[in-house]
Design a binder for this molecule. Sequence first.
Ligand SMILES: Nc1ncnc2c1ncn2[C@@H]1O[C@H](COP(=O)(O)OP(=O)(O)O)[C@@H](O)[C@H]1O
Ligand SMILES: [Mg+2]
Length: 190
Amino acid sequence: MEKRVYIFTGVPGVGKTSAAVRLAERLDASYVNLSTLVIEKNLYSSKDEANDAFEVDVEKAHPVIKHLIESSNRTLVIDGHLASDIVDRESASLVFVLRRAPWILKSELEVRGYSKEKVRENIEAELIGVCLTDAIRVFGANRVCEIDTTSKSIDMIVEEALSMIHGERRCLSSVVDWLALADPEWLRSI
Ligand SMILES: Nc1ncnc2c1ncn2[C@@H]1O[C@H](COP(=O)(O)OP(=O)(O)O)[C@@H](O)[C@H]1O
Ligand SMILES: [Mg+2]
């Protein structure tokens, strides 16, 4: 089969890594974690150890990812919200944007031990769909597939991605509107 490149993006805690690793197994593809790659290959401009955050150096990272994609003869499953910043528009076959209800995501991020500000920042980004907007801007709406992962098992998420890959299910990028679904009380509390 022809080599493909599938991307998983979305805010932390939506299920990217769990789903991407499993999809790679199912497709017999190589799994690439962008955060790990950026750290291991020093592709960042600054690092905030305390917050476990880093600023990716797009100028440095872009050619490294490009080379990695071009030199692979296997299908790749790329995991990371940084994808929209550093992966070429033409490289991606499909981009899966995982979405998860912010009111559920909140406890996931708190369990991870994220600071109050970091939880809030990510919850707000998910609420208004920052990763989705970025993905559509970079890769175009035709190749962006939104998957609502709320109340789904990782296997269900992977099956949904596979059915989009195989063209059995339409790839849509206007599935989720958390602002419309959110309890006004909850919105006031964040
Ligand atoms: N839709 C989901 N339903 C149940 N648990 C989930 C879901 N998405 C993620 N998880 C769990 O949340 C944690 C974070 O998932 P992970 O794959 O690391 O997300 P990400 O890579 O997007 O940060 C894991 O323990 C995972 O099993
Ligand atoms: Mg992850």
